[in-house]
Design a protein around this ligand. Structure first.
Ligand code: ERO
Length: 311
């Protein structure tokens, strides 16, 4: 029997694949659909203090090999997700993950504190959104990241991780890993969308999404190799003491296998869930099990992080 279960910060997941924050996870109905699917956890939409409508539409468009979005953090406000967590915990036996994306350091502290007394199992802190108009991508401001992790570490009682934007420079991986190691961060999720790409329709000679003159986060197949590099680098730099969750361009069981081989302890699916619906979770996990069987692997530990180089 092939075992694809995993643990994140000590929380047992029946499988190793679940939804990425930001796709079909805003309303209670969305979250109940996830709870009923084969997603092995329910990760809620990144929340802010107050509800937000987000950016004007069109704000998320499918592309040939992925997607572009500038949603602008539409969400129902953290109080709604606290309420939903209680409902979901009563009705379903599935690990629950809150995603916090405060618009200021103070907002993050308020929300981290508020989630202490809720049934959520884990918190994914998201300082990497590329689409909040007028706000920088906080994950690229190393000093601010240090301050934020310091302040939220002091108030949270929940195991938490950080969703990181993609990095491209070897020194940036090291700098960020050194900051993360100072705090009780249990996992990093690599990667958020690649910020501020531009998709164009050559027929209409127009951009595809309305916000920010057409600029938006690129996700899906286009970013798989960047995601793998980030998973690998953080897996190596965090010395397997802090877990890595891989996200970016996972459409198949083999994509998930590659993430785990690079060092991921679990895998999230965003764009493929958007494009293919909730059946994607069972499909990817079945394909992963079949591929492991062919390779003679019994569980994830048999190959996690064991990527070979050519030297
Ligand atoms: O625009 C968004 O709501 C959004 N899009 C992304 O690609 N990543 C995010 O982290 C995010 C908001 C938190």
């Amino acid at each position: 029997m092939i075992d694809i279960s995993t643990k994140i910060a000590g929380v047992k997941l029946d499988g190793c694949v679940f939804n990425a924050s930001g796709v079909r996870d805003e309303t209670l109905l969305d979250l109940e659909n996830l709870a009923k699917s084969k997603s092995c956890a329910v990760l809620m939409k990144s929340c802010t203090l107050a509800p937000r409508k987000g950016n004007p539409a069109p704000r998320c468009v499918n592309l040939k090999y992925g997607s572009i979005n500038s949603m602008g953090l539409p969400n129902l406000g953290y109080r709604a997700y606290i309420k939903f967590s209680k409902i979901l915990e009563e009705k379903y036996q599935k690990p629950l993950i809150a995603s916090i994306c405060g618009l200021s350091p103070k907002d993050n502290i308020i929300m981290f504190k508020a989630f202490n007394d809720t049934p959520v199992d884990l918190i994914e802190f998201n300082p990497g959104s590329p689409n909040t108009i007028g706000k920088p991508i906080v994950g690229y401001d190393f000093e601010e990241m240090d301050r934020l992790l310091d302040s939220v570490s002091k108030v949270t009682k929940k195991p938490f991780g950080v969703k990181l934007p993609p990095y491209f420079d070897l020194t940036h991986f090291e700098q960020m890993a050194n900051i993360i190691k100072k705090y009780p961060v249990k996992f990093v999720t690599c990667v958020n969308s690649i910020g501020n790409g531009l998709a164009i329709n050559p027929q209409t000679e127009k951009v595809l999404i309305k916000p920010k003159g057409g600029l938006g986060g690129i996700a899906g197949g286009y970013i798989k190799y960047t995601a793998l590099a980030n998973v690998r680098m953080f897996y190596q730099l965090l010395a397997d003491k802090i877990q890595v969750i891989g996200v970016g361009g996972v459409y198949s069981g083999i994509d998930a296998f590659e993430m785990i081989l690079a060092g991921a302890s679990a895998v999230q699916i965003g764009t493929a869930f958007l494009q293919k619906g909730p059946g994607i979770f069972a499909r990817v996990q079945n394909q992963l099990s079949n591929f492991m069987k062919k390779k003679g692997y019994q569980n994830l530990a048999d190959f996690r992080g064991k990527l070979n180089t050519l030297d």
